[in-house]
Design a protein around this ligand. Structure first.
Ligand code: ZN
Length: 283
């Protein structure tokens, strides 16, 4: 069933695991994501970049996700990833997304608070969750360089920001990076620990592709309840597609070249969920 993100994140934080939030890069991937979550008996968040939202369209995304979620026995959240365009975010809320991220992290703190509050006030009556970001998470996503400077989240800023905005989830910068798949991040657990002592809501780690499995349990221990995975799915889909497309005769059905790509990302999603959900709830 389709649920607000905060419902599954609050359960995750309480039970001591993290929900994987997986970037949908194209429509073909979607059934694989849901099947992976079902096979792991796990909730899942499907997240949509601004680029993908424009490519597929908010209404079609909502219809697809809702259709699959309605007949599924796992909880599914539909989340609009990084967005700084408040009008676009409002459209996603009205289209039926169950969660949105307002990314005002480029702005001075007070302006970030103001724009986030506007989104919170708009989203509440729809029971739509709001994620925001304090500090700057670097790297490149969807071909767009998100931030020039990486800036670790200051615990004081995070605490003040939460007090003022009452968002449902907070993305923080502790050393992970978008678009990183060739190496692993060095995370600052001291900053995470200090933030988690002062901010009670689920914390979000972006750039999950570049985080080692050894670090995952410690992240969860200190309050990370949502881990975003985008790059790895994109990279492996293309990697698999290069192989199947180059080996396929032209008259072959497209299905036969796409199914192996879908299966590849399904296995990745299953593996991630396995590592994020080493909690008694599931097994
Ligand atoms: Zn991100």
């Amino acid at each position: 069933m389709l649920v607000p993100l905060h419902e599954i994140l609050n359960e995750a934080k309480k039970e001591g695991y993290a929900v994987g939030s997986f970037n949908l890069h194209c429509m073909e991937m979607l059934p694989s994501f849901i099947e992976a979550a079902e096979e792991q008996h796990s909730p899942i968040s499907i997240q949509i970049s601004h680029g993908t939202a424009n490519y597929i369209g908010l209404d079609l995304i909502k219809a697809m996700v809702e259709t699959l979620a309605a007949k599924s026995n796992v909880k599914v959240a539909l989340h609009l990833d990084h967005n700084s365009d408040v009008n676009f975010i409002k459209k996603a809320v009205q289209a039926g997304f169950t969660s949105v991220m307002i990314d005002g992290s480029d702005l001075p703190l007070e302006e970030n608070i103001a724009v986030t509050k506007e989104v919170v006030d708009f989203a509440r009556p729809y029971n739509v969750s709001v994620e925001a970001e304090v500090g700057a998470i670097g790297g490149t996503e969807d071909g767009v360089s998100l931030k020039e400077d990486v800036d670790f989240t200051k615990p004081n800023d995070a605490a003040y920001f939460y007090e003022q905005t009452k968002v449902d989830a907070l993305a923080i910068s502790i050393g992970s990076s978008h678009g990183q798949y060739r190496s692993k991040s060095k995370l600052n657990f001291a900053v995470l620990q200090e933030i988690s002592e002062r901010v009670e809501i689920p914390l979000v780690l972006h750039g999950g592709t570049g985080v080692s499995y050894d670090d995952i349990q410690e992240l969860i221990h200190y309050g990370i309840a949502k881990i975003n995975i985008g790059t790895e799915l994109n990279v492996r889909y293309i990697e698999e597609g290069k192989k199947t497309f180059s080996e396929s005769p032209l008259e072959n059905s497209l299905r036969k070249v796409l199914i192996p790509c879908n299966n590849r990302v399904k296995n990745i999603v299953k593996e991630k969920i396995e590592h994020f959900s080493k909690a008694p709830l599931y097994k």
